[in-house]
Design a protein around this ligand. Structure first.
Ligand code: IVH
Length: 681
């Protein structure tokens, strides 16, 4: 019989539980941690070891219970106590004005009408049931009447409180919360990178990834997925219902549930439309996908009078954003060779407008993707673009098939140099391994000369192609030996342009070390990694001699990036190429001497407080660090800037009293673009 823990141990476990739940809320809901990840892990480990020794200490709201439960055979189904309805859509401002007119008519209302406005999260609807403050049940929307029980999966989502905070000293006996589960864009991209590295199919979009993650029978898998959520409503509540939608959201927020900070209340439909336009502009820079704005009548008594149809409430409407998807015909598939030899199938499309841009090409990623989506030449396809991302084919419109479509198969050889292609272990992509492949050389040179690298004006695609095809340029050093007479002999290059190009090449000889590292086009070494390496090592020679462990010791550099650099530097051909490149009189400027705007926050200390609308606090921190600055948790005389979002709290007053420069979000963004001098140096 295992002995019971003594009262001291019991109270220690309670203290740890409380502290961990508190820090979890600070981190995942408020985005404002008070302790480091390492400190959090230490507390968690202490609780884990107490609970392992005395299992009777485990409570349902213990933070140790988020890691996932034993796998299920199948999902149980459960009836929602109130149906989870859908929303009517509006596609134009006229539709929205019509919505307001109908409401006014039904309510026979002349006086002003308030609306609560919420970004429409593009995720998966869930219901969370809290009994006496404890998360008791979570379910999917299902058909709106019955959903599937996914409690174990939802418990793994860090932003979901397992126990509600009391509001006004009270915890309701029953609270049903309606929420949308989603995945942040950067976490989604990271997830797909990891999947591709493990040879698993990538998710088509963040919504699918969220839905797939929630429908796992094994909640340990869900626990590995970067799920987040925002709450937007209440189903059943035992207790008094707040009078307005705005107050409902405040209540949820006070109970510790995450609510989107971009929610607004406006006093007229025209003001609501103005906020829609603002949201549409901000949409590309939001850290998650939204597909519109939900407009809700603010007063709950009005909502009740308006009621609902069988499908949707009459008091709310979803004003959708312009589609970023469109259908068109796929005319052909071309295989492109990238600078590291990767073969990418690219779709040629009948030009079509997608979200305001004409698209005629889209990536098809690889053969697996083509097979999975069963894409054939001649198909009608759905294409989508998201922000600056390369357009992609989402799916085939199978109903439009005539039977004349042809299947596509990736070639056995490189489409450019005809050498054999290989599929490296752990990779889906095919690769041309001929380092002298002209297509690869062209791409490497183009990357080398691009804006973020050597920034050589006038060295466009057509000129590079001629230089490589004529054998004038085989590798980077050859660029620096080009003469005006040779260049003037090329097609489309007059003597004057040839001279300008030589001048541009000469001027590029002096270059910041980070841009230089990036220009080499080493696999996985992007701009950010290059900047970190330049800052750490200061010279190319030191970096070239770095060991894997030196690289991995840099915060932000992982084993894949580190290994890639080490193997690049260890290859004899690359060593020789570097020697001859440096012999061409390049001048590499160490980060301290350089004065690029990206490092312009060096030595500056920031504190970030309150909720930022367009980025998470972590993104803000990374942006400051990428620009060479530092972010700390508390305001002192050493602080240069306080970045204040909404509801900034006590740090604001402290910064004011110390005379620290206070920036709002847009000032902060401007500073990141063009740093200025301010505060103590
Ligand atoms: S309210 C009775 N608010 O959109 C009203 N829904 O098309 C029910 N959604 O199933 C929905 N963000 O999954 C509401 N701020 C928001 C929302 C939102 C996303 C989703 C939700 C719902 C679907 C309706």
């Amino acid at each position: 019989m295992p002995n019971d823990p003594n009262p001291e141990i019991q109270s220690r476990a309670a203290v740890l539980r409380e502290a961990l739940n508190h820090h979890n809320h600070r981190y995942h809901v408020l985005d404002d941690p008070e302790i480091s990840d390492a400190e959090y892990d230490r507390l968690l480990q202490e609780l884990v070891s107490l609970e392992t020794r005395w299992p009777q200490l485990v409570t349902t709201d213990s933070p140790t219970q988020r890691v996932g439960a034993p796998p299920l055979e199948k999902f149980e189904s459960v009836a929602h106590s109130l149906p989870m309805q859908s929303l009517d859509n509006a596609f134009s401002e006229e539709d929205v004005r019509g919505f307001e007119k109908r409401i006014r008519r039904q309510l026979a209302l002349e006086e002003p009408l308030d609306f609560t406005l919420e970004p429409k999260m593009d995720g998966v609807a869930v219901e969370l049931v809290y009994r006496d403050g404890l998360l008791a049940l979570a379910s999917t929307r299902g058909d709106g009447i019955r959903g599937e029980v996914i409690t174990a999966n939802v418990r793994t989502i860090p932003a979901v409180p397992l126990r509600l905070s009391p509001v006004g000293n009270q915890v309701p006996a029953l609270l049903e919360v309606r929420a949308e589960v989603f995945i942040h864009r950067d976490a989604f991209e990271q997830l797909n990178r990891e999947r591709i590295a493990c040879d698993l199919p990538a998710f088509a979009n963040a919504r699918n990834a969220a839905a797939g993650s929630l429908r796992q029978l094994d909640s340990k898998v869900t626990a590995q997925r970067p799920l987040a959520l925002f709450c937007y409503g209440i189903g059943h509540l035992e207790g008094t219902m707040p009078a307005t939608q705005g107050e409902i959201l405040d209540r949820l927020r006070s109970a510790g549930l995450p609510v989107n900070p971009l929610v607004r209340t406006r006093q007229s439909i025209e003001a609501a439309l103005a906020f829609y336009r603002e949201l549409e502009v901000r949409r590309p820079e939001l850290p998650y996908d939204i597909d519109g704005m939900v407009i809700k009548v603010d007063r709950v008594d009005y909502q009740e009078r308006l009621g609902a149809t069988t499908r949707s409430p009459r008091w709310a409407i979803a004003f959708k954003f312009k589609a970023v998807q469109a259908t068109t015909r796929l005319d052909g598939i071309e295989v492109q060779v990238g600078r590291t030899g990767t073969l990418t199938p690219v779709a040629h499309l009948a030009p079509v407008e997608v979200g305001g841009v004409v698209v005629s090409r889209a990536t098809l990623h690889n053969q697996d993707e083509i097979d999975r989506k069963d894409i054939r030449v001649g198909d009608t396809v759905l294409v989508q673009r998201a922000g600056d991302v390369i357009p992609e084919v989402v799916k085939v419109v199978a109903a439009k098939r005539s039977g004349a479509e042809t299947r596509f198969k990736m070639p056995d050889g490189c489409p450019d140099c005809r050498s054999a292609v290989v599929q490296l272990k752990g990779e889906i992509a095919l690769r041309c391994v001929n380092a002298d492949c002209p297509a690869q050389i062209k791409e490497r040179i183009r990357h080398f000369a691009s804006k973020k690298a050597f920034d050589i004006d006038g060295l466009g695609r057509k000129i590079v192609a001629q230089l490589v095809d004529k054998g004038l340029v085989k590798s980077f050093p050859d660029l620096f030996g080009l003469e005006v007479e040779t260049l003037a002999g090329l097609e489309r290059l007059a003597e004057k342009s040839a001279r300008n190009l030589v001048d541009a090449i000469n001027a590029s000889r002096k270059i910041d070390l980070d841009r230089f590292i990036f220009a080499l086009g080493i696999r996985h070494v992007g701009e950010h990694a290059a900047r970190l390496m330049a800052r750490e090592f200061g010279t190319w020679e030191k970096l070239a001699d770095a060991r894997l462990e030196d690289l991995e010791a840099i915060d932000g550099i992982g084993p894949i990036v580190g290994q890639s650099l080490v193997s690049f530097c260890s290859q004899e051909t690359n060593r020789r190429m570097m020697q001859s490149l440096l012999a061409r009189g390049l001048e590499l400027v160490a980060p301290a001497e350089s004065n690029t705007s990206t490092d312009g926050l060096a030595g500056k200390t920031f504190v970030i407080t309150g909720t930022l609308a367009g980025m998470t606090r972590r993104q803000a921190k990374e942006a400051v660090e990428a620009a060479g600055g530092k972010v700390t948790g508390s305001v002192s005389r050493k602080t240069n800037f306080l970045v204040a979002g909404e509801a900034p709290g006590s740090k604001y007053a402290k910064a004011e009293s110390l005379g620290v420069v206070i920036l709002n979000e847009s000032e902060f963004r401007r500073l990141l673009e063009t740093p200025v001098e301010a505060g103590p140096s």
